[in-house]
Ligand binder design. Sequence first.
Ligand SMILES: [Zn+2]
Length: 163
Amino acid sequence: MTPDPAPNSAIRSFFEDSEGHWVATLACGHTQHVRHAPPREVRPWVTTEEGRAAKIGAELACPFCLMPKLPDDVVEYKRTSAFDPSTVPAGLLKSHTTKGGTWGEIVVEAGHVVYVLEDRGGASVVLREGVNGIIAPEAPHHVDPRPGARFFVRLLRAAEGAR
Ligand SMILES: [Zn+2]
């Protein structure tokens, strides 16, 4: 399987995180670190006001855009208890799907959870607090909670009478 390439999204603005690293806010609403931390990440432009200004409108590949969008008209009807790597049900760690009409939202409370979208060629995104995973109905997927992770899953479906 070749992972689907991440779609591009244009840089709208920049902000500094609590550790002083620069983060780009993209047109899609997702954010992405654009660190200057040589030799691993070299982006001297991000350290100057002019350098950042020149990158407004430039496109970055956004892996989070590989996830489907949660429809506006779905409501939560169930949620799991919180899991960590030692309590996560084995079924979540291997390929599985939600039922027809059922959406899922992986909500991370601590650490990192790798969410593998098998219907996007096995592309994966790293979820963290504030970056939830969206699961489309019947889409095969699995998760890989990293040490220290804690997360739960919300199940959602169309509200009664909404359609
Ligand atoms: Zn995005």
